[in-house]
Design a protein around this ligand. Structure first.
Ligand code: KIV
Ligand code: ZN
Length: 389
């Protein structure tokens, strides 16, 4: 793989589905997985095969539809034998399968959740990763709560995971505690400390508890990670996961800074976002970056004037590049005469300067009574104030 290509690992169907109140059935998951294949994510984490018979069926069904598409299908598994065997079984129908096994490595998780010593965790890594590797050639190992783990211990764990066959090492910020500069520096130290062979890829997986998941993911990519895990619309537990559409468009728009690319067909982002919202019932806020309904709308007169002269004045991306409709100039009380005149001529009204003045005054009065003025309102306004005179 080229050094500057980032692997996009989508976990909408696994970590995203862990969002409170979200529950997708097999048909819905398959529908979304088909769309994720069109988006050309590199890896779809389809579920946690050992979690329930329903989740097993979802992983198996997605493995079946993804076969031959070039997309890898992953199942999550703890380091336990039963989990790993269930993951391997659910994935057996596809040609590109990955077992994603994990165990926590932070002191607080080992002591209070796992009730294990460091030695016991190392033994789990040894047995879990080795078994996964004997069943599937593509194995990812995640050190849960890595960002709060002791650096030297984390490095020891990762070295062992490589020895046992893992080729992707994930450094999650499980509880969204990290901040970008610190996390980037931490990832760099992990990469230097592990000193892995060239075929090993470092991955990041950030949660959004402090609203920093995307910023942390980008900092980790800058530090050398080459796989990013996230979800569509940032769906996920608590504050959610890193929003993949934001990470990918940041890489694309600021390629000058990151120097990184992905294989994503970004024109499919809007459709994927809307399908995710529809199936999960979690609406996308209008001001959401990239895929929100207002992401390419402009209301302020000065902005509209700029956009009409040259879109780059107030748009850093083309709406078409994310599959959205090109710049919408919302007519409201902040709009100026330029945008008003432009919309009237798009509606087929070529008015004199004097008529424009009259209509514009009527328009401003209407704006005080109504938040957004529609094309139908404009038609009525021209008929009442100009044509009717
Ligand atoms: O947040 C997390 O640490 C996870 C792991 C299982 C990768 O979701
Ligand atoms: Zn997670």
């Amino acid at each position: 793989m080229e050094d500057n290509r980032v692997i996009i690992f989508d976990t909408t169907l696994r970590d995203g589905e862990q969002a409170a109140g979200v529950n997708l059935n097999v048909q819905e998951k398959v529908q979304l997985a088909n769309q994720l294949c069109k988006l050309k994510v590199d890896v779809i984490e389809a579920g946690f095969a050992a979690a329930s018979p329903g989740d097993f069926d979802c992983v198996a069904a997605i493995a079946k539809v993804a076969k031959g598409t070039g997309t890898t299908v992953a199942s999550l598994a703890r380091t336990r034998e039963a989990d790993i065997r269930a993951a391997a079984k659910a994935l057996e129908v596809t040609d590109k399968a990955r077992i994603h096994t994990f165990i926590a490595t932070s002191q607080i998780h080992m002591e209070y959740k796992l009730k294990m010593t460091r030695e016991q965790v190392l033994n789990e890594v040894r047995s879990g990763v080795s078994l996964a590797h004997s069943l599937c050639k593509d194995v990812e190992f995640s050190a849960e709560d890595a960002s709060r783990s002791d650096l030297a211990f984390l490095i020891e764990v990762f070295k062992l995971a490589i020895e046992c066959g893992a080729t992707t090492l994930n450094i999650p910020d499980t509880v969204g505690y990290a901040v970008p500069d610190e996390y980037g520096a931490f990832v760099k130290k992990v990469i230097e400390g592990v000193n892995a062979p060239k075929n090993v890829i470092y991955s990041v997986h950030c949660h959004d508890d402090l609203g920093l998941a995307v910023a942390n993911s980008l900092a980790a990519l800058k530090a050398g990670a080459r796989q990013v895990e996230g979800t569509i619309n940032g769906l996920g537990e608590r504050g959610g996961n890193a929003a993949l559409e934001e990470v990918v468009m940041a890489l694309k728009t600021r390629r000058d800074f990151y120097g990184l690319t992905s294989n994503l067909v970004t024109q499919q982002l809007m459709r994927t976002s809307q399908l995710t919202a529809k199936l999960t019932g979690v609406a996308v806020p209008p001001n959401k970056a990239i895929v929100g309904g207002n992401a390419f709308s402009h209301e302020a007169g000065i902005h509209q004037h700029g956009i009409l002269a040259n879109r780059a004045t107030y748009e850093i991306m083309n709406a078409e590049d994310v599959g959205a409709i090109a710049a919408v100039l919302v007519l409201g009380k902040h709009s100026g005469k330029h945008a008003f005149k432009d919309r009237l001529s798009a509606l087929g009204y070529q008015l004199s300067e004097e008529q424009i003045e009259i209509a514009f005054k009527a328009f401003k009065l209407l704006c005080d009574a109504k938040k957004d003025v529609t094309d139908a309102d404009l038609e009525a306004l021209v008929i009442d104030n100009i044509l009717g005179i």
